[in-house]
Design a protein around this ligand. Sequence first.
Ligand code: KG4
Ligand code: ZN
Length: 335
Amino acid sequence: MKKCWVLGIETSCDETAAAVVENGDRLCSNVISSQMQIHRRFGGVVPEVASRRHVEQITVILQQALDEAGVRQEELSAIAVTQGPGLVGALLIGVAAAKALSFATGVPLVGVHHIAGHIYANHLVKPLRFPLVALVVSGGHTELIHMPEHNRFERLGRTRDDAAGEAYDKVARVLGLPYPGGPEIDRLAKQGTPVIDFPRAWLEPGSLDFSFSGLKSAVINYLHNAEQRGERVAKADLAASFQEAVVEVLTEKAVRAARNKGVHNLVLAGGVSANSALRGSLAARCQREGIHLSSPPLELCTDNAAMIAAAGTYRFLDGERAGLELNAEPNLKLV
Ligand code: KG4
Ligand code: ZN
């Protein structure tokens, strides 16, 4: 059988990434140039700085991904690129590179939704089992997605304000921890006890939407009040309490979504899926409920191009083709 090699390109935020995936599920190369150190001193991603760095890195990273895979440009079956959502200036660099390569080689071009990519990160370890419900938790998104089969997405719930990762990053910032704050809080929480009863936003009965801005404000108020009273705050306990509030709601709603849909496969995806408490809580709960849980390996949780190549492969096999008019869509909708 002829091999299907797909080159993935991802530049939606602060990672310049390229990867080659064979037949949709075998990783041949996965190159990531992270800008984390550059943005760290600003306490968050600076869009203009990110775009400039992508321009400097993209051709080098693309070549490296092909070299490491041992695949020549003209041997590719398709070029899959993150079309959105994300920072428009950052997305544009990947989209322009993908279009240029497609034009020069005649290799077909496929646009990929970033969230679809995060879900397909799991497929690189074990084939996705359908129908499934995916809990997508990242710096920009918190969504529950139902997938009856490849390439078909139905949104069941989403955050009404902050994304889970955004809440982690903001709380970390007020605690004086470096960016990105998620892994820092995860680490700190392990040394603490969840003694503070922060609010859980369950919203209306039956709702599968999320809200994290109230929790974020409650943490900030707690810190300010303690400061005004001249009390010392046990930061590890605060981190553990905040994390417990986030994880409890995410776990409960993900399992509820699967039950509502009568689905026995739950997939965790996005940067926050690296969180140890969330992984542990979902694993325990799914075992009790008889639900099969897929969690991506840590190196595929945060942004990478392998996941874009994997998702792109199934779009390509479905007959999807993008023309050279393909444009970056900062607010691209999955459904
Ligand atoms: O998926 P991703 O790399 O980028 C987006 O598409 O947004 O996710 C990045 C987010 C950041 O908010 C970061 O703080 C969070 O994932 N994150 C974590 C952990 N590792 C990364 N949050 C909680 N616990 C972690 N261990
Ligand atoms: Zn992401």
